[in-house]
Design a protein around this ligand. Structure first.
Ligand SMILES: NC(=O)c1ccc[n+]([C@@H]2O[C@H](COP(=O)([O-])OP(=O)(O)OC[C@H]3O[C@@H](n4cnc5c(N)ncnc54)[C@H](OP(=O)(O)O)[C@@H]3O)[C@@H](O)[C@H]2O)c1
Length: 373
């Protein structure tokens, strides 16, 4: 365990993406740190921008001798990513594996041999050194593959429901709702009686959510979408939405429907619209095009960004520990994940494979397994 192979990304100021496999020394853990042998790490949408930035992946090439993937980046995009140019950066937000070495702190030592989920930003690696606080300790029979997606999607889905409560809303709207995260959110909302409006974009996604038990599903490709959305928001009273898409008119459609519901019984002048606060958080960027707003929703609305780490920062350590325990206890039910294919570190860099996982299709999540030859 002296050496560890690890994937890195770099964007040069000449406009070239370089994803490379390097071998590094495994550090000696400090007292509060553990070394985890990573056995399973998902490739989530949130990994892909750090990995590839705005590279044209259709032009990607792989050099097997150098273990290097390259792809061009349009020069005009470089000022947008100035802060990272010419730096070799680690990748992989979350993963799971076995604790194989620990620091001297008794709590770190207690993790020896356990299966843990880790949040690190450097998990596309054979071994990962993390503070013990960055681990979710899993129950006895949980495998690394089952624990791979312990942080990003489970805690975000839980965070959405918690944000709803903290900000005084009583129902939710969610877009790209058949995503892995969306499926978890449905299970949480069903268990906790939270009304949830799911916005999907085709029948296959409707079927997935119906199977889970979702009650309100609106298909944006349907000619009756806006009417369906109005009816679902009227039935649920949802005034808070989480949007994973970002681009286009959907955010505006949601606020318009919320306003129409809020104003349906208004009489006389209704100059500034309904009183209830209508809020949309854009928490993903599945569509990079501009967010188009028609502002047909009075004056009591807001649009903001939402990020898991900022949300967790608002919680007390005991609250975070409770969320971790819930994830560990429900990793094979509420937070179960399915994976399309397991990739070795080298396979992650193959251009044809990159195009497949970068498509971010429903039900097609890829798993990096650094122990795979
Ligand atoms: N802000 C945060 O802290 C945070 C934390 C966790 C996750 N996220 C975000 O959560 C989202 C879901 O993550 P995930 O891992 O659950 O995703 P996933 O399982 O990979 O699923 C992605 C989903 O998005 C849909 N999609 C892709 N492009 C789309 C577009 N342009 N318009 C509409 N739908 C589109 C796909 O449907 P098709 O099959 O139809 O393409 C698929 O259902 C991502 O955007 C991710 O970045 C954010």
């Amino acid at each position: 365990m002296n050496k560890s192979k690890q994937l890195f990304t770099q964007i040069t100021s000449e406009g070239q993406l370089e994803v490379s496999l390097k071998e590094l020394d495994v550090p000696a853990p400090k007292p509060h740190e553990v070394i985890v042998r990573i056995e399973a790490a998902p490739i989530n949408p949130s990994d892909m921008w750090p990995m590839f930035g705005p590279a044209d992946l259709t032009e990607a090439k792989y050099d097997a001798d150098k273990k290097l993937m390259t792809a061009p980046i349009h020069k005009g995009m470089l000022p947008r990513i100035k802060s990272r140019l010419d730096q070799v950066l680690p990748i992989g937000n979350e993963g799971a594996g076995t604790v194989v070495a620990t620091g001297d702190h008794p709590a770190a030592k207690a993790l020896m041999g356990k299966t843990v989920g880790v949040l690190s930003g450097a998990v596309y690696s054979e071994f990962c050194c993390v503070p013990m606080q960055a681990c979710i300790v899993h129950n006895e029979n949980t495998t690394a593959k089952e624990a791979a997606s312990s942080f990003v999607n489970p805690l975000t889905a839980l965070g959405m429901v918690e944000t709803m409560r903290m900000e005084g809303h009583t129902g939710l709207v969610h877009t790209a709702a058949a995503s892995a995260l969306g499926q978890m959110l449905n299970k949480i909302c069903l268990a906790e009686n939270v009304p949830l409006v799911n916005i999907v974009r085709n029948q296959q996604q409707t079927d997935i959510l119906t199977e889970i038990g979702a009650k309100y599903i609106c298909d944006s490709s349907s000619p009756t979408f806006r009417v369906d959305l109005y009816k679902a928001i009227a039935a649920t009273g949802a005034t808070l939405a989480f949007d994973a898409i970002g681009g286009g008119e959907l955010v505006s459609d949601i606020l318009t429907a919320m306003e129409a519901v809020g104003s349906k019984d208004a009489v006389g002048f209704n100059t500034y619209g309904s009183e209830a606060n209508k809020q949309v958080y854009i928490y993903g960027g599945l569509d990079f095009s501009p967010t188009v707003l028609n502002r047909a929703y009075g004056m009591t609305w807001g649009i903001g960004g939402w990020l898991l780490m900022r949300f967790l920062g608002k919680l007390q350590p005991e609250q975070v520990a409770q969320l971790h325990k819930k994830v560990a206890d429900e990793i094979n039910t509420t937070f179960a994940s399915n994976f399309t294919q397991e990739l070795s570190l080298e396979e992650v860099m193959q251009p044809q494979t990159v195009l497949k996982y970068n498509a971010k299709k429903t039900g097609e999540k890829y798993l990096v397994n650094p122990t795979k030859a």
